[in-house]
Design a protein around this ligand. Sequence first.
Ligand code: IMP
Length: 429
Amino acid sequence: MPATAIVGGQWGDEGKAKVVDFLMSDHDIVVRYQGGANAGHTVVTDGNKFAFHQIPSGILNSGVIGVLGNGMVVNPFTFLDELKELTSRGIDTIGRLYISSSAQVVMPYHIILDSIDESELEDRSIGSTGKGIGPAYSDKHSRHGMRAGDFLLGKEDLHALVRDKVEYANRMLDMHNAPTLSARKVASDFVNIKDEITPMIKDTQLMMSRWNADGKRIMLEGAQGTLLDIDHGTYPYVTSSTCTVGGAVSGSGVNISAVDRVIGIFKAYTTRVGNGPFPTELKDRHGEYLRDKGNEFGTTTGRPRRCGWFDLVAARYSASVNDLKEIALTKLDVISGIPKIKICVAYEIDGARIEDFPSSYDILNRCRPIYDEIEGWEDTKLGSDFASLPDNARNYIKRIEKELGVNASFVSTGPGRKETILRNKQPVL
Ligand code: IMP
């Protein structure tokens, strides 16, 4: 069961879905391995734009089996909305979309607790997407969560289970002086969707073993990015899941030895949504230029993304955490036409130069970027052939490859499938 893991290299929104979509034809199964409705994965195919939140974007390829993996926190109500939207647009997923019975369920009170957490943090708030992700993972780890497999209970037992969970959560809401929920009403809402959702809930671990035996090829679709990882990211300004390559294994149930390809996805510059340190952030007209040209607004929340130059310090760290040999560099077209492009090679802190990414957000907050300046290239259509790129664009890609010790086997020069450069694997420069 050889598997390809797609991992975000920065703070998310790197264009993972385009890479998944592009490579999907060589795969039989796609598994989303972490996160939930906080993600927004956009795919443009034949001029049609699809935005995915919980369903793996690889499902767009007909014949592919899609799985919401055990590492996810799934909101069953918005999942069904997303599914209806997909079906109405002609994507038939019947019999080829499953939810792991071990995936956690995002409950209505998780969404309320998320917003309470954020407002209590005041100016230290994370900038959460408000989808209940943090509280849902908290309940998973404190073993209070509901799992998708609980939908398989009889209706009365499901009603009782949800009632219990809501009553427990109501005590928390009460402690925060927030209005409590009607346990009966919430339980009835769950019972009402039971018949619709149950056929999709499977023991996907068992299915993985069967797919393994059948030699199927698996795509492991990540959400968010390495710098938002709960352990390896800029804690506490992170999401609550494992976005790094380890999460691809634990959150899907794939055999670790099956993962024979890990592709780190990086934008040709950097963006971040929400709060937290971002050393190369541009708060001036250059940042606005990148935001406008790159259409840097959140797919899930519509929030403007913070934009900045490519950060080699952070990217080297990300390449190291995920043991990357191969990357995809996306949105190269967005930095075309900038006469001088900056690239951050090191940080300066308290008069000292450092080249390693600090693990403390407080230290990172105080780091100032040290830049190299690189000649830009004209704003022309970049096409799909590496050799035809302007010299300076090729030099920019080679510089990143060299610094990270990776091959950029995939370069995206626009949103469409055709605006993609596929390069043969080459020795690291
Ligand atoms: P949460 O995952 O909603 O709790 O948000 C935690 C942090 O992760 C916030 O800064 C969010 O903006 C960020 N975040 C969550 N999901 C995404 C994503 O898909 N792309 C980019 N940032 C994200």
